[in-house]
Write a protein that binds this ligand. Structure first.
Ligand SMILES: [Mg+2]
Length: 212
């Protein structure tokens, strides 16, 4: 049975110094991180659908539009294509919950909605499964979901999907996130792997799939 592998976008696939897409010259800032091409090639060799799932709170913060978030995804898609890498879906969350809105100072109610898309919710993965003809319930029941990312919310996304998560350290990820990832690793020791880098993360998934 085909696996589903979700990958975070910002500071996992591409460099993001904060709200990528918010500047007029955003295209100049889109940089694919080291090891990403090599790692994605490993994943592409597996019986798996690979999708990108990204929280884009910058939309609710009105730092950029949903159209801009899509443009950034399209630009990364174009860059990956140069290396013949085509992924199976690109998703980003638009809405935030009331708690997040309060913390971020988001006033406009139109951005507040619990639609389950924002990570650690599994909505984006579920949609990615559906659009790739995969049975979400079976994926979850059989532990056939993986998630790669640089924050605790990424780790919880894989856990909430009944699967495994892989942490890829990023130079930019804040200390609070790193500490939260460590705590999650203690709690879910068998289901979270702390990788050295993106390639290591992909190799670990490859091995795990061989042995599952
Ligand atoms: Mg990230």
């Amino acid at each position: 049975m085909t696996y589903l592998i979700g990958v975070d976008r910002d500071n996992t696939l591409v460099e993001d110094k904060g709200y990528l897409g918010s500047e007029d010259n955003w295209k100049e800032h889109v940089k694919i991180l080291p090891g990403v091409i090599e790692g994605l090639k490993i994943l592409k060799g597996l019986d798996a659908k690979i999708i990108v799932a990204s929280n884009q709170s910058g939309i609710a913060r009105e730092l950029y539009t949903a159209k801009r978030a899509e443009d950034v995804c399209n630009e990364i898609t174009r860059m990956l294509k140069k290396d013949k890498i085509i992924l199976d879906g690109w998703y980003f969350s638009v809405f935030v919950d009331a708690t997040y809105a309060e913390h971020a100072g988001i006033k406009d109610r139109k951005w507040i909605k619990n639609d389950g898309m924002r990570k650690p919710g599994t909505g984006m993965l579920k949609l990615g499964a559906k659009e790739n003809g995969l049975d979400w319930t079976r994926l979850v029941e059989n532990g056939k979901v993986f998630f790669i990312g640089d924050k605790d919310e990424d780790m919880l996304t894989g856990i909430n999907a009944g699967g495994h998560s892989v942490y890829v350290p990023s130079k930019i990820t804040r200390k609070e996130h790193k500490l939260k990832v460590k705590a999650l690793k203690k709690k879910y020791s068998e289901r979270i792997y702390i990788a050295k880098d993106f390639v290591d993360a992909c190799r670990w998934i490859e091995k795990k799939i061989e042995n599952l």
